[in-house]
Write a protein of this length. Structure first.
Length: 273
């Protein structure tokens, strides 16, 4: 059942810090690096999500169809390949990337090759970007899961206090599974870097939020009316925009995320960590 406004207000009080001191206690400083043990644990966990990717000859890789798209987290390894290919080749600077629609026939062709060797250079960047969004949109449970949808609605009770909104978003993300949180970090890191080229691609954090929000979060309730969806959409879009714009503050500065994406770094790395 959907939360009523009163239920949201009561539920929100569970998370809402009472004062500045409590904020500092509840949310670790992003400037503090993770411990070596924590970094090793997270790196090991990420490797368990993905098969090694052969990054030679246009990102072609050995086909591995036994552990494929139907992974528990619903994300095929090509999802990371697509992000890397778009960024390494500068395609995330293309005007209208993620907004312009790729050729539907070519998108279906690329999706049919998931699990086989793919040379992304054979495809238009807008086709690859479209399939990346499609992977997210077709997840059985959204990346920002059904369970946090109503918690996200409660953010409207915070008003315009940006710092408190950041605290609350961090707490919302803790409700997601660890696998989802790691995928969210990778995706939003990529989107954060992409919007830095807004002078070229015309995709500001706001524009990226508009196109990605329907792919990332939605209500489980089938009885939700169109009017209610339209009313709630700006709240969700604002959260996604904040996560893109304030990525470093929300996700911190762990050693894993400090590694810049460059051709040289990926040549020596077998998977996205």
């Amino acid at each position: 059942p959907r939360m009523t406004a009163k239920m949201r207000k009561v539920s929100f009080s569970i998370f809402k810090p009472k004062n500045k001191e409590e904020q500092l206690q509840l949310v670790p400083s992003p400037s503090l690096p993770s411990t070596k043990r924590e970094n090793e644990r997270r790196t090991s966990f990420r490797k368990s999500l993905m098969h090694p990717i052969q990054r030679l000859s246009g990102f072609n890789k050995t086909s591995n169809t036994n552990n494929r798209v139907d992974q528990p987290w619903g994300i095929p390894e090509e999802f990371w390949e697509m992000m890397m290919w778009l960024e390494l080749n500068g395609h995330n600077k293309e005007e209208g990337i993620f907004r312009k629609t790729g050729n539907a026939e070519r998108m279906n062709e690329l999706k049919s090759h998931l699990g086989n060797k793919i040379n992304y250079d054979d495809y238009d960047p807008h086709v690859v970007a479209g399939v990346l969004k499609s992977i997210l949109r077709e997840m059985r449970n959204p990346l920002l899961t059904y369970e946090i949808y109503d918690w996200c609605l409660a953010i409207q009770d915070l008003g315009s206090d940006v710092e408190l909104r950041l605290v609350y978003i961090k707490k919302i993300l803790k409700i997601c599974t660890e696998a989802n949180r790691i995928i969210v970090e990778d995706l939003f890191g990529f989107l954060s870097r992409t919007c830095k080229h807004a002078d070229l691609n015309k995709m500001t954090a706001g524009n990226l939020a508009i196109v990605f929000t329907p792919c990332l979060i939605r209500s489980r309730d089938p009885s939700t009316s169109v009017a209610q969806m339209l009313e709630e959409a700006p709240i969700m879009t604002d959260i996604i925009q904040t996560m893109i714009e304030r990525y470093d503050e929300i996700f911190g500065n762990s050693l894993e995320r400090k590694q810049s994406i460059s051709a040289s770094s990926w040549k020596s790395t077998s998977c996205l960590i």
